[in-house]
Design a protein around this ligand. Structure first.
Ligand code: FES
Length: 90
């Protein structure tokens, strides 16, 4: 299971946390990934001056603007899905 924590602290909320949550949830639903990717809310991740902060389960924090959910997914989540799939096959 890949966990993505989206900051819903006040600064990130104003910059579009909920737009990102909505768009990531759409991708997860569209691709039937409910058993592979989980979204969770997080509070301030310490990068309030940047775009919305997302924390990956490996500890990496990524700043994503409100229209950047698809790009974030393809750049950071999709490769992890492929690794998980390869591990199951191997
Ligand atoms: S409120 Fe999101 S990083 Fe601070």
């Amino acid at each position: 299971m890949i966990e993505v924590n989206i900051c819903i602290g006040s600064a990130c909320h104003l910059k579009g946390s909920y737009d990102i949550i909505r768009d990531l949830q759409y991708i997860i639903d569209e691709e039937g990934l409910e058993q592979k990717v989980v979204l969770k809310g997080a509070f301030c991740l310490g990068r309030c001056t940047k775009a919305v902060s997302l924390l990956l389960d490996d500890g990496e924090v990524v700043s994503v603007d409100r229209n950047g959910a698809r790009n974030f997914f393809e750049t950071y989540v999709r490769p992890k899905l492929l690794i998980v799939t390869e591990r199951k096959l191997g």
